[in-house]
Design a binder for this molecule. Structure first.
Ligand code: KG4
Ligand code: ZN
Length: 387
């Protein structure tokens, strides 16, 4: 198989990223410029600000990725860019820049689905460690991938034919994504943005059994996914997280926590980069118990549904990827529950779990081998599906 250095560019949400990856297996450079500081005061991503920040960062970020790799624009073999899903304006910055570069350099350009990128982050991680390459450590199919991030909670069956990959969605969230639930609950509790990493750090200081959240219930079939429900329709494992967010709000109201939340929110605003101690000194035990119980309920739902789907589809391997896959308790629970079923489970390292461009360059490699290049008139697809 030919060796190829692919320059990946990612700008779908609030990270401007560029990376060079060799043949889908080795990261040569990986630059991520996070916009967290820009969006923090608003408690979430503001699309117009995201586009503006991408415009500012894209040229220096790509230049740095090439410089770190010791390469020039001329010496990369191909460019790859996220086409969707994501914020339309944000995606357009990466796509316009990648198109202009590819045209000027006369290099092939590969359009990558962001969700496929997250799945390939797992493959990249293992290949870097020497896995999935020889017969003793080969990847066994069927593979079930949980992509769990701020914008997505999807379950895919992934197949590989020759070099090319295809995906079948067997579950998605009906409302909020899991990462969105972490972010909204953290905001509700005056803890700041993004919520996932903060809740992850605080949950260990609370009692996870303190607050009981009822399991999420999905009563109606999904009209979008099941055109003809009934015999022969694939079994679905959907998620729903708006209920748990409302339950946290009710708990806050019932226990009169609003005053202390407002105090905490204002006080944390004055600290540029709060430490765990800063958070802990501003949280009473009741709040820490609530945080721990919320995280427990999220983890139980994600692990329970994914492993139920793994059993139903008799899969051989599970991938867990996306920003929420950085969560310590989620990783621990997946590892112990999957081990009981004799099921191997793989995660990307934390820097590859959250948004980055190395995963985009890695997902582009099979398309590079297949000559699957983007037409000159392709554009951003904010609601792009993965197939
Ligand atoms: O994959 P990602 O960087 O961007 C999207 O594609 O959405 O995921 C970001 C999401 C945010 O919602 C963030 O709160 C969540 O991932 N996240 C975490 C953790 N680290 C990031 N959630 C739980 N625990 C974490 N340690
Ligand atoms: Zn993502």
């Amino acid at each position: 198989m030919p060796d190829a250095h692919i320059l990946g560019i990612e700008s779908s949400c609030d990270e401007t990223a560029a990376a060079v990856v060799r043949s889908g297996a080795q990261i040569i450079s990986n630059v991520v410029f996070s916009q967290i500081a820009t969006h923090q005061p608003y408690g979430g991503v503001v699309p117009e600000l995201a586009s503006r920040e991408h415009l500012r960062a894209i040229v220096p970020v790509v230049r740095k990725a090439l410089a770190d790799a010791g390469l020039t624009y001329q010496t990369v073999d191909a460019l790859a860019v996220t086409q969707g899903p994501g914020l339309a304006g944000a995606l357009l910055v990466g796509i316009s820049y990648a198109k202009a570069l590819a045209f000027a350099l006369d290099k092939p350009l590969i359009a990558v689905n962001h969700l496929e990128g997250h799945i390939h982050a797992v493959l990249l991680e293992e290949r870097q460690k020497g896995g999935f390459s020889d017969s003793s450590r080969e990847l066994n199919f069927p593979v079930l991938a949980l992509v769990v991030s701020g914008g997505h909670t999807h379950l895919y069956l992934a197949e590989q034919r020759g070099e090319s990959w295809s995906y079948t969605n067997i579950g998605h969230t009906r409302d909020d994504a899991a990462g969105e639930a972490f972010d909204k609950v953290a905001k509700l509790l005056g803890l700041g943005y993004p919520g996932g990493p903060i809740i992850d750090k605080l949950a260990g200081h609370g009692k996870a059994s303190a607050v009981k959240f009822p399991p999420s219930q999905i009563k109606h079939p999904d009209r979008k996914e099941q055109a003809s429900p009934g015999a022969g329709a694939p079994l679905r494992f959907d998620f729903s997280y708006s209920g748990i967010k409302t339950a946290v709000l009710r708990y806050v109201e019932t226990n009169n926590l609003q005053g202390s939340i407002e105090e905490r929110r204002k006080s944390l605003l004055g600290i540029a980069k709060p430490t765990v101690e800063d958070y802990l000194s501003r949280c009473d035990q009741c709040t820490l118990d609530l945080v721990a119980s919320f995280q427990r309920a999220m983890v139980e739902d994600l692990v329970g549904k994914t492993l139920a789907a793994a059993r139903a589809y008799d899969v051989a391997t599970v991938f867990v990827t996306g920003g929420v896959a950085a969560n310590n308790e989620l990783r621990r629970q997946f590892e112990s529950d999957a081990a009981q079923e004799g099921l191997p489970v793989f995660f990307p390292s934390r820097p590859l779990a959250t948004d980055n461009a190395a995963m985009i360059a890695a997902a582009a490699y099979p398309k590079f081998l297949a000559g699957d290049f983007a037409p000159a008139d392709f554009s951003a697809e904010a609601g792009m599906r993965l197939r």
